[in-house]
Write a protein that binds this ligand. Structure first.
Ligand code: UDP
Length: 231
């Protein structure tokens, strides 16, 4: 794989605190991504926003406004993680689908691919720019647009299970599963819109735990213990 899109869930970025940023976790991610970049792999990153806010969790304010706050949460996450990456010695650029003044660059495929070819790690913040979508969907969309070889999904959980392991201690983890099976069984590992896009555009996924030691590098090197999603 020469070009990958890495999706970091917001919750995973927060470490044990479950909210805000955990610097040690983000620094660990940066060190792992640096190894990939040093090996010539092009890396694009999407972060979630769940460590600050999820639109669907508000029952009081308008959903569109709630989702706008969620998208801005992903911009904060990308600016933070991007700067940790710079501290770790990488060049970065943050793209958004809407104007954020001088904070970010407005996304276009050409600008994003050019930045990757210059050796930068690029960040796609702000999701799709539209409410009622998730960052998973935004991540698949961007992976397809930049013609990534695969999408790596780093989560707070170490793969895809047949039921929620927090609720069911007997839950079984899949080593491999097709995207069609995820859709048919309505497994909530990836949301339905994102799954359908992966199916339609044949985007494979590797799902693993961000908190497992060296999991990003091991996923790329083939010694992988998460769930492989085939198309
Ligand atoms: N969001 C949105 N449109 C998008 C992407 C994200 O409205 O294209 C909002 C939505 O409110 C979502 C929040 O941003 O709940 C944070 O994203 P997500 O829940 O996917 O984050 P994660 O669970 O991966 O941390």
């Amino acid at each position: 794989m020469k070009r990958v899109l890495l999706k970091l869930s917001g919750e995973a970025l927060a470490g044990d605190k479950k909210t805000g940023f955990d610097e040690a976790t983000c620094m660990g991610v940066a060190q792992q991504v640096k190894k990939l970049v040093d090996d010539g792999i092009q890396v694009a990153i999407v972060t979630g926003g769940g460590n600050f806010w999820r639109g669907r969790t508000s029952e009081t304010i308008d959903r569109v406004k709630a989702d706008q706050i969620g998208m801005l949460a992903t911009v904060m996450n990308c600016i933070y993680v991007s700067d940790i990456f710079r501290y770790a010695g990488m060049k970065t650029e943050v793209f958004t689908p809407f104007v954020c003044g001088a904070f970010t660059t407005l996304f276009s495929k050409d600008a994003a691919v050019e930045a990757l070819n210059e050796g930068k790690v690029i960040f796609f913040a702000g999701g799709t720019g539209h409410p009622y979508f998730s960052t998973d969907t935004g991540a698949v969309l961007k992976a397809i647009e930049i013609e990534a070889d695969a999408m790596l999904l780093a989560k707070a959980i170490d793969g895809i299970y047949d039921s929620d392991p927090k609720v069911n201690p007997q839950a079984k983890k899949y080593d491999e599963i097709s995207i069609q099976e995820i859709i048919d069984k309505k497994l909530m590992a990836v949301d339905l819109t994102a799954s359908i896009m992966c199916l339609e555009h044949k985007m494979p996924m590797l799902v693993f735990g961000l908190n497992e030691e060296n999991s990003i590098v091991e996923t790329m090197m083939g010694t992988f213990t998460g769930t492989k999603v085939t198309v």
